[in-house]
Design a protein around this ligand. Structure first.
Ligand code: 9PG
Length: 481
């Protein structure tokens, strides 16, 4: 496989690390490569190097497709990914990455085909060692979209992987007490505090209100963080009932399905609607007014789903404009942690970005992965695999691989698997944990404290083998096929 100007489309222009080409569609010959870098659309969507001989499979059931990956391509016949794709052959990696939004890259025979959903845009093309071509693409993206996540990422305690939705001000206050002496920076209240998905007011388990919760967190010396899913609403929420015209709809006028969770379907908001924009702004300002400085913004892909919008713009453009509005309403000093977020379209606007599906205190989710072809079900294996494949984004944003576990209580991971997630946090440069301190024995608590303090030099040796200060860490064995 060679890449010289002769094989580049007409008009290719040399830029640092590769070439820039302006086109609506671009096809590159791959010279018999057999491995393809598949880059799923949003945080939870699978990213990894696959063998082109692997069958292409759609996620089942169809109702889960909107939350698994870009539903527009759910039934695509070829392997493909969002915004960027690459082929590996013996001599190096050929990368094709969009520098504009709404782009798809598919494996085309032994080559690559890139397409914008509409019109033309810029592509970046590079050939060479994997780390170099992905590094150059990240640098070009940072030029276009901006870079955030300077300095160390906040060491985050999140309520999700300990309590899931079963949280209350009492339970969280207890945790706050137990965290004393552990070097966390932020304490983030996850799903479970709100009245409904769409109604971002505290429920009865938070009787003292969210301002009081934020004050308690601050008094414990931690940055208050709050989970919101501002682009979706569930039927039954007040928002959904009061404002049917705010929902994103398909050509037939039906609400666009955004996925199934919380025991039923949920829908996307049309974020180009002026009233939705005003509501989004007010919602984020209210959370900031309560005193939350870190916002975990979740299920963000909903704003970029295919649909008929009030203002017809590309769907990733619609998403990015809505995210820019949230950034503006939050203020520059807020830490925005995007989750379930279209990955490339979020760069420059958020400080931290979840780069894989949910982890879990168990290794695999085989039923969902193998029977339903859905690699996004919560599992340590999936979080490890996809996060590792997105670490090239580290220079542009804080890459959040999801939490590590230190508890052995309510935990089915082997010590080796638990260790791998801990190492993943170190390699990704983002440390999160959800273990209630009361569940940790003295050794586990000490291990957590040491991990939070540890700031090793990270070197990528090859593939998924790293060196952390002197220690060699090979994820290959665990990441699996
Ligand atoms: C709260 C959780 C946590 C978690 C997020 C996100 O496909 N799904 O149905 C699906 C549901 C939940 C989910 C991911 C996917 O988790 O990643 O950290 O905040 O929401 O509900």
């Amino acid at each position: 496989m060679r890449l010289g100007p002769a094989e580049l489309p007409a008009g290719a222009e040399a830029v640092p690390g590769g070439f820039r080409v302006r086109a609506g569609r671009i096809v590159l010959a791959g010279g018999g490569a057999t491995r393809f870098y598949r880059h799923g659309w949003q945080s939870w969507s699978e990213a990894h190097w696959l063998e082109l001989s692997e069958p292409v499979r759609a996620i089942e059931p169809p109702s889960r497709r909107p939350q698994g990956d870009d539903p527009r391509y759910a039934e695509a016949a070829r392997h493909g990914g969002s915004g960027v794709g690459a082929l590996a052959a013996a001599g190096g990696v050929l990368l094709l990455g969009a520098l504009d939004l709404d782009a798809r890259v598919e494996a085309d025979g032994g080559g690559l085909e890139g397409r914008f959903e509409q019109g033309v845009g810029d592509w970046f093309v590079a050939y060479g060692p994997e780390a170099e071509v992905f590094g150059a693409y990240a640098a070009r993206l940072a030029e276009r979209r901006g870079r955030r996540g300077a300095g160390a990422a906040p060491r985050l305690w999140s309520s999700w992987y300990g309590f899931y939705r079963d949280i209350s001000e009492q339970a969280l206050s207890e945790v706050l007490g137990g965290l004393r002496g552990l070097p966390f920076d932020a304490f983030q209240i996850d799903d479970g505090w709100q009245r409904a998905i769409g109604d971002w007011e505290p429920n009865d388990a938070f009787g003292s209100g969210m301002q009081s919760m934020a004050a308690r967190i601050r008094a414990a010396g931690l940055t208050p963080g709050l989970w919101l899913a501002p682009f979706i609403a569930r039927p039954g929420s007040r928002l959904h009932g009061d404002h049917p015209s705010w929902l994103l709809r398909d050509a037939a006028g039906e609400p666009v399905p955004a996925g199934v969770n919380w025991g039923g379907p949920f829908h996307a908001l049309d974020t180009t609607h002026p009233e939705v924009r005003a509501w989004l702004e007010a919602t984020v300002r209210r959370a900031r007014g309560w005193g939350f400085e870190l916002l975990k913004l979740d299920f963000l892909y909903a704003a970029g789903l295919p649909g008929e919008r009030h203002r017809p713009v590309g769907r990733e453009r619609a998403y990015r404009e809505a995210l820019a509005l949230l950034r503006e309403a939050s203020g520059e000093d807020a830490y925005l942690l995007a989750c379930g977020a279209p990955v490339l379209a979020s760069l420059g606007l958020v400080d931290g970005l979840r780069v894989g599906p949910d982890t879990a205190p168990y290794w695999d989710n085989e039923d969902r992965r193998l029977l339903l072809h859905d690699p996004t079900g919560p599992a340590a294996r999936g979080a490890l695999r996809t996060s590792l494949a997105r670490l090239w984004l580290k220079p542009v944003v804080h890459t959040d691989p999801d939490v590590a576990f230190f508890r052995s209580r309510y935990d089915l991971l082997t010590p080796e698997q638990r260790g791998a997630l801990q190492d993943l946090g170190l390699v990704a440069g983002f440390k999160g944990c959800s273990d209630p301190p009361a569940w940790l024995d003295a050794d586990e608590r000490e291990a957590l404290a040491a991990w939070l303090r540890f700031d090793p030099r990270v070197e990528r040796l090859a593939g998924n083998t790293f060196r952390l200060d002197g220690r060699r860490v090979a994820f290959e064995a665990l990441a699996g096929d």
